[in-house]
Design a protein around this ligand. Structure first.
Ligand code: NDP
Length: 333
């Protein structure tokens, strides 16, 4: 029986996860049965939402099991196929185990074409994070030309695409990110009009007011917490907040003390709506088509932080919480 390197969840982390919460092990690769594929992982996506799956709190997606493999978005090569829809040499994208080699029943796998885009792009701008940016902004943010869009987590995979789509749709776009280098990148590479480094800004409420002199019409929120509280003081009448994520509180062990959002929303007839990308499954194909079109027309661009080596997957994930990525964080095997 052949074996493969595997990364299991060792413990449910308390607070910030550490490398010791992962278990590097070897597991058996079963014999291939009819309808199955033998896959070799090429690119592994690491994403903030995996933190939620490491805990056992009820959520929109099942928790990982202790002593079982972690899974995430993976691009893999088909080494052997017993499914007539796939051939040896095809590349597929799907939610797969953190294993170098694995057998899959092909459920939920989608073929991707390395001639149309670099393989890693199917985990980012042409994958889950690109769709999150596009559908979150258009379906919930309902942006209108001439409005002001504020994006937190702006230099990451989702945020950098949100801001660019805002520009394509004719909005004034301001981004919040964690370093001066990232703020500079937002403006020079992604066309944002203005940026704020939240790590060096003492008074966020005032800094947002200065960067958004006409107030905030759409707030695309990737981070939650104190940054998003400061935004509340700057929202406009009929503004919309897109609650995409809240990475600043994912590792909290106690319920945060936060200000009440209700008075702000009432005074400004403003709305807040959370979403998960699976809410819009029927719109995914059209979303990918639109993102591809913008990429081909050079209206949209993207950046990635690519780490190398199977053993570095957990550290790449942990580094998301220290902002060590620009754009999409992926691990190349
Ligand atoms: P990113 O590529 O944005 O990576 C995470 C970034 O978050 C880091 O680079 C860092 O940038 C920032 N960050 C980390 N800690 C903090 C903190 N304490 N305060 C503020 N910023 C912080 O990740 P994604 O683009 O993949 O995801 C962005 C958000 O969108 C996440 O909250 C994620 O959970 C959510 N999401 C939601 C989906 C949905 O369906 N609703 C789908 C996909 C993602 P910096 O240097 O700027 O601090």
């Amino acid at each position: 029986m052949n074996t493969t390197k595997t990364i299991n969840l060792k413990n449910r982390p308390k607070g910030r996860p550490e490398v010791t919460d992962f278990d590097f092990t070897t597991t058996e690769i079963p014999e291939l049965k009819e309808g199955e594929l033998l896959l070799k992982s090429k690119y592994v996506s690491v994403d903030p939402y995996l933190r939620g799956r490491m805990s056992d709190a009820p959520s929109y997606i099942e928790p990982f099991k202790v002593d079982k493999p972690i899974e995430s978005g993976i691009i893999a090569e088909v080494l052997e196929s017993k499914d007539s829809n796939f051939s040896k040499g095809d590349y597929v994208s799907g939610t797969l185990d953190w294993k170098e080699t694995q057998v899959s029943n092909a459920k939920g796998l989608m073929k991707v074409d390395p001639d149309k885009a670099p393989l890693s792009a199917y985990l980012g701008v042409l994958g889950m994070t690109g769709l999150t940016a596009y559908l979150g902004l258009t379906e919930i943010g309902k942006p209108k030309k001439g409005e002001t869009l504020l994006v937190s987590g702006a230099a990451g995979a989702v945020g950098s695409v949100v801001g660019q789509i805002g520009k394509i749709l004719g909005l004034r776009v301001v981004g919040i990110a964690g370093t001066d280098e990232k703020v500079e990148m937002l403006k020079s590479e992604f066309g944002f009009d203005e940026g704020i480094n939240y790590n060096t800004t003492k008074y966020m409420k005032e800094a947002i007011a200065k960067a958004c002199p006409d107030g905030v019409d759409v707030y695309f929120d990737n981070v939650g917490g104190e940054i998003s509280e400061a935004v509340l003081f700057n929202i406009n009448k009929f503004s919309r907040t897109v609650n995409c994520g809240a990475i600043s509180v994912y590792n909290d062990t106690e319920l945060p003390k936060s200000i009440s959002v209700q008075p702000f929303l009432v005074k400004k007839s403003s709305s807040m709506q959370g979403f998960v990308i699976f809410d819009f499954v029927d719109k995914h194909p059209a979303g990918i088509k639109q993102l591809t079109e913008w990429l081909n027309q050079d209206k949209l661009t993207y950046t990635e932080t690519i780490r190398e080596g199977f053993e570095n997957i957990p550290q790449a994930f942990l580094d998301l919480f220290d902002g060590k990525n620009k754009g999409k964080m992926v691990v190349k095997l």
